[in-house]
Design a protein around this ligand. Structure first.
Ligand SMILES: *Cc1c(COP(=O)(O)O)cnc(C)c1O
Length: 369
């Protein structure tokens, strides 16, 4: 990479952030608001950080229209920390929880939760990868503490086109790679959590939006740093937060607001992903996507290069040629291979148009049957 010029970054996470935000952070880095100190040198109880902490929560509440009976908290431990935290905070209710496993991250979450109680998979694991079984076939347990699903499977490229119906059982959603990319009716959820590093900031902070009545019943074993009730009570400064991460996240959220909010992010996401999926259709099989059409992700688009389901040699060449054009982080996750283009909020339509132009040229050169 090595150059100071902006790259075309299609990485899955940590991922591209708005250039404007990075420049603002750079300008402020040595002296935050003319204090002569960097924000990262200031106490998390300073008036400066207190404002950032409170403003972050307000802008999340505003952008997502979060009702007043929900708390917004921020913690560390990444998405994977949240897998355990969800179980330790909610599983106490009945000791059993329902998990919809649609890919890599929900599978990990279910495995983690099983350390703390009973986990029921609402459809068999053998389910065809790259699909979501019809809700009428889900085996939901009315006694479950919660129903868990991953809104967008970042590795696999599977996104829920709807919010699951749970008949009153609290719904928990991992939105690490889809938060702030579409409008949501928050009242349908018990808990939403999201690691920031896919769409809204650097790594180091996880946003948790939780309905108040679900607080207050953590397991005894739950560490305080994962205890939603405790963190909420302490306004997310129970201990030293990743102040830098929260600070950058708040700027990214302001950028989203300035650029048309979730409605515009949603429009853009649809345009960008449709462009890519349509390119595959037009390639007549040179590019192919293994995911069912009704649940193709607008955020992470996995595809294969080469007729008859992909050719690894051709994919290697594709990555080499892409890098020559400064298109980076297009390699598929190590568990699935192929190519993956991630199209988070900071990736522009123009970026995707350049990718598509490259794909068409690559096919012209290497795609004769
Ligand atoms: C990246 C990701 C995670 C894991 O996040 P870490 O911060 O690396 O633990 C979990 N869920 C989803 C949907 C993700 O995209």
């Amino acid at each position: 990479m090595g150059s100071s010029q902006s790259a075309l970054n299609f990485g899955a996470g940590p991922a591209k952030l708005p250039r404007e935000v990075l420049e603002e952070v750079q300008r402020e880095f040595l002296s935050y608001q003319d204090s002569g100190m960097s924000l990262i040198e200031m106490s998390h109880r300073s008036k400066e950080y207190t404002k950032i902490n409170n403003d972050s929560q307000s802008i999340i509440r505003e952008l997502l229209n979060v009702p007043s009976n929900y708390k917004i908290i921020m913690m560390q431990g990444g998405g994977c920390g949240a897998f355990a935290a969800i179980a330790m905070n909610l599983l106490n209710r009945t000791g059993t929880a329902d998990y919809a496993v649609t890919g890599t991250w929900s599978a990990k979450a279910a495995k983690e939760a099983a350390k703390y109680g009973e986990v029921n998979l609402v459809f068999p694991k053998a389910n065809k990868p790259g699909s979501i079984p019809d809700q009428s076939t889900w085996k939901l347990n009315p006694n479950a503490s919660y129903v868990y699903y991953c809104d967008n499977e970042t590795v696999d490229g599977v996104e829920f086109p709807y919010i699951p119906e749970t008949n009153g059982v609290p719904l928990v959603s991992d939105m690490s790679s889809s938060i702030m990319t579409k409008k949501l009716d928050i009242s349908k959820f018990g808990v939403i959590f999201a690691g920031a590093q896919k769409n809204i900031g650097p790594s180091g902070v996880v946003v948790v939006i939780i309905r108040e009545d679900l607080l207050g019943n953590p397991m005894k074993c739950c560490p305080s740093v994962f205890d939603f009730t405790h963190i909420a009570k302490e306004n997310s400064v129970h201990n030293t937060p990743s102040t830098f991460s929260v600070y950058v996240m708040e700027k990214v959220l302001q950028w989203i607001k300035k650029n048309g909010g979730l409605e515009e992010m949603q429009n853009q996401a649809l345009q960008k992903s449709s462009l890519l999926y349509n390119t595959m259709v037009q390639s007549q099989g040179f590019y192919s996507c293994p995911i069912d059409e009704n649940c193709r992700s607008r955020m992470n688009v996995p595809f294969r290069v080469g007729f008859n389901g992909g050719d690894e040699k051709l994919e290697e060449l594709f990555l080499v040629e892409a890098e020559k054009l400064k298109m980076y982080q297009l390699k598929g996750h190590r568990s699935v291979g192929g190519i993956r283009a991630s199209l988070y909020n900071a990736v522009s339509l123009a970026d995707v148009q350049l990718l598509v132009k490259f794909m068409n040229e690559f096919q012209k050169q290497h795609g004769s049957k």
